[in-house]
Design a protein around this ligand. Sequence first.
Ligand code: SF4
Length: 363
Amino acid sequence: MAAPAGSIRPQRVYPSSRMIPSATPVRDQFARPLGSLRLSVTDRCNMRCSYCMPETEYTWLPRASLLTFEELTRVTRIFASLGVRKVRLTGGEPLLRHGLPVLVRELAAVAGVDEIALTTNGLLLRRSAGELRDAGLDRVTVSLDTLRPERALVFSRTANHADTIDGVRAAREAGFAGVKLNTVVIRGFNDDELIDLLEFSREHGAETRFIEYMDVGGATRWSMDDVVSRERMLAIIESRYGRVDALHDGGPAPAERYRLPDGLSFGIIASTTAPFCRSCDRSRLTAAGTWLLCLYADDGVDLREPLRGNATDDEIAGLIRSRWQQRTDRGAEARLGIPDRGVLYQVESLRADPRREMHTRGG
Ligand code: SF4
């Protein structure tokens, strides 16, 4: 039975495990803590959003290369012992990974992990929202780039847009409070829907975050001309609702939050025009076990081999600790300084190394 709507999840009781969560997180060269881990559990997706998977053909990760639930839980335990407190499940589309509630239940028992979240396109959420909630999932973010099915058909090549909308409802019915809606705003595609999306979030008790279009791996059609800046978004919103107040929440979360005069809150993630690398505590693990210290990182650390080899938890923890302590990545800031900035990767280099693809790194 799903927990009552908005109910506080009872304090987790952690079975004693060898890897005790450290009180003080490991810090990088800019004193940024190793705080939140994005776990990609599959590179597959049932949509083809043009800012992530615009091509028709993709090189998929071999199934045998995907980390098992045991390996994902073990590595999360190791990261938690180094200070990770938040885990976000991503993909591709994470709900395509069979048995995901089983993994959520295992991760919910990892000492030190305070929050488990999920980013999904919502197409499969109706069928598993209740089970995920019961397994210990805390928060859900649904990617919703348009309210118009005909646009979703062209932009994301899906004829099932109604399932995403129903997925938002299913998340609330399952008891998830504070459902977030992520919208990547692109000039000439959905920049005329900001108001509609805000009103949709009001109607569904969710909070929308408008995301600036990013030139990350996979965005092979990206151009600065198609980017709608934070300033431009605020101007559109204020022209409809009047002056908007900034909510200075602080913290490493990427979204800057705002409140309309009538109290409705929303967020803007200005990754392209005003990156927030200075407080970035995020890293990513691909479904095949490559640990990436930045969304723009060209390469990462292979953790699958030591996980499947004879390395002990302490040895893997040592590898992660020393690598994070050397971290200086500020990818989005570095991109900001490039004149006449174009796409990050051409199709050929993405094919050469699928780990560069957004759908393998989990956004
Ligand atoms: S670009 Fe890299 S360093 Fe900057 S916020 Fe994104 S992941 Fe963090």
